[in-house]
Design a protein around this ligand. Structure first.
Ligand SMILES: Nc1ncnc2c1ncn2[C@@H]1O[C@H](COP(=O)(O)OP(=O)(O)OP(=O)(O)O)[C@@H](O)[C@H]1O
Ligand SMILES: [Mg+2]
Length: 244
């Protein structure tokens, strides 16, 4: 098989050293090839080991594919230079190397380091035998916590809380309030520090000066109300026409 010649850009990406490097190119244009070549460059020139690297992919399938591509490249190179002992010593390492999804990497990192995490009395908050909740278990747990949160909310109901409950039609039915809490919780999770973000926004709202009408939220709300109004007006107009 003829040896594949890298393009100039691929070659530059393979040789680049020392900083962050982003390789962005069309599907099938040779990104993985660059990654594998880069890896072997470090192995042969800098005497690195394959398991010195952390290689993250998006899916388990991609991780398995990448591992097999690296293993195939290693076999090819070993056939070319059978006397290279450093290369040969990578054979076992390929299968131990951290080539995995970010989820798998984080899970392993946590499992190996639970003893460094916070303790509650004698117990660690996380033990190495933890498992990641699946969707259904998580849903049940969330529902249980939600029930408890709402119980406490009603027990400690103040004026603002009562207003919120009334506005959302609670008393008759909690579902609007439940949905709001869950939705807010989920959106909060996209912030690096949800508690901090929440506290910051609470301050902003408490110190807000001027009319609500002048906030961007009011403009957004009014636009939605206007759109809905027009929609229903149009529907009524059409209904009126068809019955005449
Ligand atoms: N310079 C090159 N000359 C010839 N063939 C190449 C070159 N670079 C890559 N290829 C070949 O093109 C095919 C696709 O390459 P590769 O898998 O690296 O692309 P990719 O950008 O990672 O693709 P994807 O977007 O699907 O992940 C492979 O068979 C690879 O060997
Ligand atoms: Mg690829």
């Amino acid at each position: 098989m003829a040896k594949l010649k890298l393009t100039e850009q691929q070659q530059a990406a393979v040789e680049n050293r020392g900083g962050s490097l982003l390789v962005s190119a069309a599907a099938g244009s040779g990104k993985t090839k660059v990654l594998v070549e880069r890896l072997f460059r470090y192995v042969t020139e800098d005497h690195c080991h394959i398991d010195d690297f952390l290689i993250i992919t998006y899916t388990k399938a991609a991780a398995a594919e990448l591992r097999s591509k690296i293993a195939a490249e290693l076999s090819k190179r070993m056939a070319e230079t059978p006397e290279d002992r450093h290369l040969r010593s990578q054979l076992l390492r390929v299968y131990q190397a951290d080539i995995k999804t970010v989820d798998a990497f984080c899970t392993a990192l946590l499992r190996e380091n639970t003893h460094l995490l916070a303790q509650e009395g004698e117990r660690y908050t996380l033990t190495p035998d933890f498992r990641v909740l699946d969707e259904n278990d998580a849903k049940l747990l969330r529902q249980r916590v939600l029930t408890r949160v709402l119980e406490r909310f009603y027990e400690e109901l103040d004026e603002g809380g009562a207003l919120l409950a009334d506005t959302l039609g609670a008393g008759r039915d909690d579902s609007a309030l439940e949905d709001l809490v869950l939705e807010t919780y989920e959106k909060l999770q996209s912030h690096a520090d949800p508690e901090h973000w929440l506290a910051e926004n609470r301050t902003i709202w408490e110190n807000r000066s001027g009319d609500f009408d002048e906030t961007p939220y009011a403009a957004e709300l009014l636009a939605v109300i206007r759109r809905k109004g027009f929609h229903h007006m149009e529907a009524l107009r059409r209904a009126g026409q068809s019955t005449v």
